[in-house]
Design a protein around this ligand. Structure first.
Ligand code: DQA
Length: 147
């Protein structure tokens, strides 16, 4: 079976992981999480392509660029989760499975974090498991792709 691409998208402020609010997000860096995703993907014969951006339009462009090229998308949209309808719409126009992942569990945090505009266009959401969430998200993608 040839390798299929999984686009992993990281939203705003996730580039600061490791330094940013470690009591909430832990001490691992974004590179550490991407490595967890890559290792999990390799088990299933999948290859992860990663992009982090602090800009909504760049994430929208990346979703468009995945159309017809990537088999699935794993996305931690950061704060865009809660209001970025352009990301919702871009993901709605993507053919393959989308899995939403969060390090923390937004449902246990401030009320404004309880809404996700990405969830309605995701096959499912994994939240609150820290770095393990990236492995779980890739495993979910693999099973959705029947790998
Ligand atoms: C986050 C949760 C969001 O509410 C927050 O804005 C983030 C990180 C998480 O991974 O827990 O930036 O997506």
């Amino acid at each position: 079976m040839s390798a299929q691409l999984v686009l992993l998208l990281s939203g705003p402020n996730l580039n600061l992981l490791g330094e940013r609010e470690p009591e909430v997000y832990g001490s691992a860096t974004l590179d550490d999480h991407v490595e967890v995703a890559r290792a999990a993907a390799a088990v299933h014969g999948l290859v992860v392509e990663h992009l982090q951006s602090n800009h909504e339009g760049e994430l929208v462009d990346a979703v468009h660029g995945a159309r017809g090229r990537c088999a699935a998308i794993v996305i931690n949209p950061g704060a865009f989760t809660h209001y970025a309808w352009a990301i919702h719409d871009a993901l709605a126009a993507f053919d393959g499975p989308v899995v939403e992942v969060h390090l923390s569990n937004p449902a246990t945090r401030e009320p404004w974090r309880h809404t996700s505009v990405v969830a309605p266009v995701a096959a499912g959401t994994i939240a609150g498991f820290g770095s393990d969430g990236y492995r779980l998200a890739v495993d979910a993608v693999a099973s959705l792709l029947d790998r």
